[in-house]
Design a protein around this ligand. Structure first.
Ligand code: NAG
Length: 343
């Protein structure tokens, strides 16, 4: 009896000590734990490093990013972040790698015409729109390491207007834009503008399908035989008045719209779910597509946006960004440069 009591007491003391030791340490700062998490993350995302030094460097970046993500997630927000496929690269590396939207207007060949939804009454718009439910959005695609978000944004809004105007949803070719729209401002994986791409498509007579001219994730030589395979076409394109979310709502109610955002902001980069609110930047470097809008359960108004970073990012590849914010540029600058193709 006595020895049993002693053993029990000993176990109790050891447990209390162990708990105390754990509680005294900040788990996020624990080198061993973060290294184990990094290993798990590497396995999940299939990441392999060239050598031990590179791995050690990536672990430090991972640790800093996880620290940021956990500090945001510990706060009281309408959204949450995740250590996703970008968790082992720095903000500068990310911007350099994914920067695909080129802001310069000088020398742009784009000549957008008027805004056809100007006279639509905002009161007549539906409270929510989801172009996925109308079959006007193809499955989320993944641009990979190529900075050609502009091509994915262009194709997403074109797929939308083709469905709206013809009733057919056709997955169209980003690679054709990457390879063939290289005459002036657009530079394949080096970046481009959606309006320039619309201009190219108008002049080319349309675009080939994704299946016939598939995505390779790298710059290539234009395949002129495939370039002349026309699966769908557009007549022109128009810019939504800048910094005007009401005008953007009129356009998105009618069709998916290409928008530019600050995709290099860490809030955008690590977004996992909810409605992104708060201080996102407005350094436009990423092209995506607004494919709807709505109101969350708690009353927060949002834009539904299709991204091109695969389905494991965000809400199955989509992000909801707060709508009608105080800053006229919109959340992450989304109201600054919207445009859409016309049928
Ligand atoms: C909007 O209404 C005004 C006044 O009636 C008209 O002049 C203009 O052409 C209309 N704009 C569009 C895009 O329909």
């Amino acid at each position: 009896m006595a020895s049993y009591s002693m053993g029990f007491l000993f176990a109790l003391v050891v447990c209390t000590f162990a708990l105390g030791a754990l509680g005294a340490r900040d788990l996020a700062d624990d080198d061993w734990l973060i290294a184990a998490r990094h290993e798990q993350w590497m396995a999940r995302y299939g990441r392999v490093y060239s050598d031990v030094a590179e791995k050690a460097r990536r672990l430090e970046v991972f640790k800093a990013n996880v620290g940021f993500i956990e500090s945001v997630n510990a706060g009281n927000h309408k959204f949450w972040l995740e250590a996703n496929q970008f968790a082992d690269i720095t903000k500068d590396e990310f911007r350099a790698m994914h920067k695909g939207y080129k802001m310069q207007v000088i020398g742009s060949k784009a000549r957008a015409t008027g805004f056809r939804y100007a006279n639509v009454s905002i009161d007549d718009l539906p409270a929510s729109v989801d172009w996925r439910a109308n079959g006007a959005v193809t499955p989320v695609k993944d641009q990979g390491q190529c900075g050609c978000c502009w091509a994915f944004s262009t194709v997403a809004s074109m797929e939308g207007i083709v469905k709206v105007s013809t009733g057919k949803l056709i997955s169209l070719s980003e690679q054709e834009l990457v390879d063939c729209d290289v005459g002036m401002q657009n530079k394949g994986c080096g970046g481009g503008l959606m309006d320039n791409a619309f201009e190219f498509i108008v002049n080319n007579g349309g675009l080939d399908t994704e299946a016939d001219y598939p995505y390779t994730g790298a710059d290539g030589t234009c395949n002129s035989n495939k370039e002349s395979n026309i699966a769908a076409s557009i007549k022109g394109y128009e810019d939504v008045p800048a910094n005007d979310e009401a005008s953007l709502q009129k356009a998105v109610a009618a069709q998916p719209v290409s928008i530019a955002v600050d995709g290099g902001d860490d809030l955008f980069r690590f977004y996992k779910g909810g409605v992104l609110t708060g201080a996102c930047g407005t350094e436009l470097d990423h092209g995506v597509a607004a494919v709807g809008y709505g109101v969350a359960g708690d009353g927060t108004k949002y834009w539904l946006v299709k991204n091109s970073w695969g389905t494991s990012w965000g809400e199955d590849g989509f992000i909801r960004l707060e709508r009608d914010v105080a800053d006229e540029a919109g959340m992450c600058g989304l109201a600054m440069k919207p445009s859409y193709p016309t049928a």
